[in-house]
Every structure is written in structure tokens, then in C-alpha cells.
Ligand binder design. Structure first.
Ligand SMILES: C[S@@+](CC[C@H](N)C(=O)[O-])C[C@H]1O[C@@H](n2cnc3c(N)ncnc32)[C@H](O)[C@@H]1O
Length: 166
């Protein structure tokens, strides 16, 4: 499952790279969903399903427990202002929400170009007994999305993290 595909260019490439894997995309941004649908249409991609909804609602109401092999969360909104930190998706309540949805051995792979958010995520995971993991090398199959490219051009450092369900 991918949370927040943005304009979908990385999502479409990842799905093409793993044709035998089914990808469930949860995104709230209608134009981004349209862009991903166009990319899938052009490439003949058939292993992506898209749901237009907030992932919190989907995880709470629709996803069966033990249903996901993995979760991809790439470049979630960093909400840099301190007063907006409560809007960041990676927090303890989110980890508690997604943990039962993963199969045993499942994991969440996160990438961010916002160093302070990466550090905050690492503290959140360290304080939570539900997951084990940390920083990893960027996997070669993860393409640079438009959003990531913008961050790199601004000199941001990109951090990849992988946390396995305990
Ligand atoms: C900064 S963009 C990154 C998009 C893409 N992953 C990339 O790397 O270009 C974050 C995306 O997450 C989506 N998003 C934010 N909160 C969400 C939520 N609660 N449920 C689903 N999608 C969400 C936004 O609409 C946006 O498209």
C-alpha cells in the first residue's frame, strides 16, 4: 500500500518494476489521482488500485488486519512549523493504526527530504515497541519523484527508513 502518491510518477514506475505485486494507493489529491490514472493507462499498468480517501479512514474502516505486505510512505508533507507538527502523519497513533494491518514480517518504508522530520520519525519509532528498524540505503528501484527532485535541487538530504512489524 502506498500512502500519498502525489502526481504518481514514482508510483507508476515502482508498479512497473514489480509487475507481480498488487499496489493499493491511498491519496486525497484528485488531480494527482488523475495523473496516476493517465500514467497507468498509457503504460497498460494493471497492478494498481487507487482509493481517494484519507488513509486514516481507510485503515480504520476498510483494511482487514494482516492484509498488507508493506507500506510505502514517500515524502509525506513535512509540516515544518512547530505549531503544525501535530499534522505530521508519522506519530504514535498512526503506528498503532497501521501495525495490525501489516502481515507478520511486513514493514513500512519511508523516505523524506526533511531531516528534522526524519529525526522525529526515528524518535517516534524508537519510543514504540511495535516496530524495529532504522535508516537504510536508498533502494535502487525507488525512482526520484517530482517532489523529491525539488527537495534535492534545494540541497535537502534524503533519508530512507525501513521498520519491520514486531
Ligand atoms: C508531499 S506529497 C508527496 C507525494 C509523492 N509521494 C512524491 O514523492 O512525490 C504528499 C502526498 O500525500 C498525500 N496525503 C497527505 N495526507 C494524506 C492522507 N492522510 N491520506 C492520503 N494521502 C495523503 C497528499 O495529498 C500528497 O499528494
Amino acid at each position: 500500500m502506498e500512502i500519498g502518491s502525489g502526481m504518481g510518477e514514482a508510483t507508476a514506475q515502482i508498479a512497473a518494476h514489480f509487475p507481480a505485486t498488487g499496489f493499493l494507493v491511498i491519496e486525497v489529491h484528485k488531480p494527482g489521482i488523475g495523473a496516476l490514472m493517465n500514467l497507468c493507462d498509457k503504460a497498460g499498468t494493471t497492478n494498481i488500485k487507487i482509493i481517494e480517501e484519507d488513509v486514516h479512514v481507510i485503515a480504520r474502516d476498510s483494511l482487514p488486519d494482516q492484509s498488507l505486505d508493506a507500506i510505502h510512505l514517500y515524502f509525506p508533507d513535512p509540516w515544518p512549523k512547530v505549531r503544525h507538527h501535530k499534522r505530521r502523519i508519522v506519530q504514535e497513533s498512526f503506528l498503532e493504526l497501521i501495525h495490525p494491518k501489516l502481515k507478520d514480517g511486513g514493514y513500512i518504508h519511508i523516505a523524506t527530504d526533511w531531516l528534522a522530520y526524519a529525526e522525529s520519525m526515528q524518535r517516534t519509532f524508537a519510543a514504540c515497541s511495535l516496530f524495529t528498524g532504522g535508516v537504510i540505503e536508498r533502494p535502487q528501484w525507488r525512482p526520484i519523484s517530482k517532489f523529491e527532485g525539488q527537495g534535492i535541487r534545494k540541497g535537502h538530504t534524503v533519508t530512507d527508513m525501513k521498520y519491520f512489524k514486531n
